[in-house]
Design a protein around this ligand. Structure first.
Ligand code: BES
Ligand code: ZN
Ligand code: ZN
Length: 484
C-alpha cells in the first residue's frame, strides 16, 4: 500500500524498468521473444535451465534497475488462481526498493478469462493494511503500468474497483477500535453512503422505542452510546420488484454485558460488528458498480456494556415480532439484535430472500475454524447458491442443521423463549434456531455465522491479516450468478 495501477497503450520507459510477463506452466519462454531484447532473451534462456520451475513466479535480475518477472499460468487457471498469483506477487515484492513495474498483457494467450484483471485484483486485495493509527506508515509503494491489448475492459475495471472499495470499507470498519467506532459514529459513517446513491434511513433510540424494537434496545441500554437500526436501499432496477435483503449484527463492542466476558475473550470483540460491516461493504459495492438488482441492507448497531442500566440475566423483553424473550445470558446479545432486525426486514421490505451475517457464536469456531462460515437455512436453493458462490470465489460456507429438536431447547418457562439453550451443546445451531423464530412469513432465509472468518491473525490468500472482509465477495458473487 498504496498500490498505483495505470493502464496505458505503451510506455516509453519500457526497457528500463521492471517487467512482468506471463508464461505457460512449463515456462516455455519462446513466446516472450517479441517482448524483450535478444540479449535479455538469451540471458534468461540460459538461467532458466538451472531454476526451480515449481515456483509460480520467477525473477531474473537483468541489471540494478531492471528485473524480469515471469508469472506462470496453468492451462486451466481459474479467476481465483489468477487472484492468488497477484496476491503472491504482492507478498514477494512488497518490500523491494525499486517498485515500479510494467506488466505486458500481450504475453497472456488466454485473453477471454480476463486474467490480468484478476491478477491485479488479487494483488490489491492482498495489499490492504490498516495503519490509520500508526504514526509511521509503511513505505511500500508499488506502481504497475499495464500495457498491451489484453487489459480488462472499462466495465470490468469498474466492477473490480467496486468490489475492492466495498471490501476495504468493510475492513476499515471492522479494524476500528471500539472507542472510535461506537454506534453514534457508525451511524454517521453510514449516512455518508448517500453520496454513492444509497437511500439511507437511520432509526435512533426514540424511533426504535416507538416501533417496539425492545430486544435490540435491550442490548444497548447499558451503554452511554445510542442504539440504531440503519437501512440502506439500492434500487438498481428502478422498479418496485422485491429486493434481496442482507441483515448484519453490528455490536460495536461486546463486553458480554453483566454476563461479563473474561479478559482473554474480550479484547477481540471490536470485530463483533463484522456482520454489519459486510452488509455495508456489499451495499457500497452494489451501488458503485450500479448492479441491476434491488437490494436492501439492514444493520443493528449497539454497544453491549455492563452498567447501572444494563440488562440483567433473567430480564424479559418483548421483541418487535411480539414474541417475548427471557435473557438468561447477556453475552448472547447478537441474536437479540438480529431478532428485531430480521422481523422488521421481512415485514417492511417483503424481500425475495434474507441473508443475515453475524459473528454470533464462539462455537462455530470450534466446528469450522477459519475455513468455512456456518450456514443455517430454511431453503435448499438459497443454500446451494451460497455454497457454490463460496466455492467459486473461495469464501466458503458449510451447511449446518436446523431441526425442531434443537428448537425445543430454547423454550422458556417464563417467556416464549430464552436466549440460550438450557442443556448445552450445539451452541451455533440453537442460536440459529433462535433467529429462525423471528422469520414470520417463511421467507427464504440463510444465516451465516462468520465468527471464525471475519478476522485473521495470520492472513489468508487475499488478505494480509486483520479484518478479512469475508462475505462481501461471496454475496456479490451470489448476486451476479443468480439474481442479476
Ligand atoms: N460475539 C460473541 C461470539 C464470538 C466469539 C464472536 C468469538 C467472535 C469470536 C457472541 O456475542 C457471544 O458472546 N456468544 C456466546 C454465546 C453464549 C453465551 C451462549 C458464545 O459464543 O460464547
Ligand atoms: Zn456476546
Ligand atoms: Zn457478540
Amino acid at each position: 500500500m498504496p498500490i498505483a495501477i495505470n493502464y496505458k497503450n505503451n510506455n516509453s520507459k519500457k526497457n528500463m524498468i521492471n517487467l512482468i510477463l506471463f508464461v505457460d506452466e512449463k515456462f516455455n519462454i519462446s513466446t516472450l521473444r517479441k517482448h524483450i531484447s535478444s540479449q535479455e532473451y538469451s540471458f534468461i534462456s540460459d538461467l532458466i535451465k538451472s531454476t526451480d520451475l515449481k515456483k509460480k513466479i520467477i525473477t531474473f535480475d537483468i541489471s540494478s534497475k531492471r528485473k524480469l518477472i515471469l508469472v506462470a499460468l496453468n492451462k486451466n487457471i481459474t479467476n481465483s488462481g489468477a487472484e492468488k498469483l497477484g496476491a503472491k506477487f504482492y507478498d514477494l515484492f512488497k518490500d523491494s526498493k525499486k517498485n515500479e513495474y510494467i506488466l505486458n498483457s500481450d504475453s497472456i494467450s488466454a485473453v477471454s478469462k480476463n486474467l490480468v484483471g484478476y491478477f491485479v485484483h488479487g494483488l490489491r486485495l492482498k495489499s490492504y493494511v490498516f495503519e490509520k493509527y500508526k504514526t509511521k506508515k509503511s513505505k511500500n509503494n508499488i506502481s504497475i503500468t499495464v500495457i498491451g491489448k489484453n487489459k480488462p475492459s472499462s466495465k470490468d475495471l469498474i466492477r473490480f474497483k467496486a468490489i475492492e472499495e466495498g471490501t476495504f470499507f468493510t475492513r476499515d470498519l471492522v479494524s476500528e477500535p471500539g472507542n472510535v467506532l461506537h454506534p453514534d459514529e457508525y451511524a454517521k459513517r453510514l449516512s455518508s453512503l448517500k453520496k454513492d446513491g444509497l437511500k439511507i434511513n437511520i432509526y435512533d433510540e426514540k424511533k426504535l422505542k416507538k416501533m417496539g424494537m425492545n430486544t435490540l434496545l435491550g442490548v444497548g441500554q447499558g451503554s452511554i452510546r445510542g442504539s440504531y437500526l440503519v437501512t440502506m436501499e439500492w434500487n438498481g432496477l428502478k422498479d418496485k420488484s422485491k429486493p434481496l435483503a442482507f441483515v448484519g449484527k453490528g455490536v460495536c463492542f461486546d463486553t458480554g454485558g453483566i454476563s461479563l466476558k473474561p479478559a482473554k475473550f474480550m479484547e477481540d470483540m471490536t470485530y463483533d460488528m463484522a456482520g454489519s460491516a459486510v452488509v455495508v461493504g456489499l451495499m457500497k459495492s452494489l451501488a458503485l458498480r450500479k448492479a441491476k438488482i434491488n437490494a436492501v441492507g439492514v444493520v443493528g448497531l449497539v454497544e453491549n456494556m455492563p452498567g447501572g442500566n444494563a440488562l440483567r440475566p433473567g430480564d424479559i423483553l418483548k421483541s418487535y415480532s411480539g414474541k417475548t424473550v427471557e435473557v438468561l445470558n447477556t453475552d448472547a446479545e447478537g441474536r437479540l439484535v438480529l431478532a428485531d432486525a430480521l422481523t422488521y426486514t421481512e415485514e417492511k421490505f417483503k424481500p425475495k430472500f434474507i441473508v443475515d451475517l453475524a459473528t454470533l457464536t464462539g462455537a462455530i469456531i470450534v466446528s469450522l475454524g477459519s475455513e468455512y462460515a456456518g450456514l443455517f437455512s430454511n431453503d435448499d436453493k438459497l443454500s446451494n447458491q451460497l455454497i457454490s458462490a463460496g466455492e467459486n470465489i473461495e469464501e466458503r460456507v458449510w451447511r449446518m442443521p436446523l431441526n425442531k429438536n434443537f428448537d425445543k431447547l430454547i423454550d422458556s418457562k417464563n417467556a416464549d423463549m430464552q436466549n440460550i439453550n438450557y442443556v448445552g451443546g450445539a451452541g451455533s445451531t440453537t442460536a440459529a434456531q433462535f433467529l429462525q423464530r423471528f422469520i414470520l412469513n417463511k421467507t427464504p432465509w440463510a444465516h451465516l455465522d462468520i465468527a471464525g472468518m471475519a478476522f485473521s491473525k495470520y492472513g489468508g490468500a487475499l488478505n494480509s491479516g486483520g479484518a478479512t472482509g469475508y462475505g462481501v465477495r461471496l454475496l456479490n458473487k451470489l448476486i451476479e450468478d443468480h439474481y442479476e
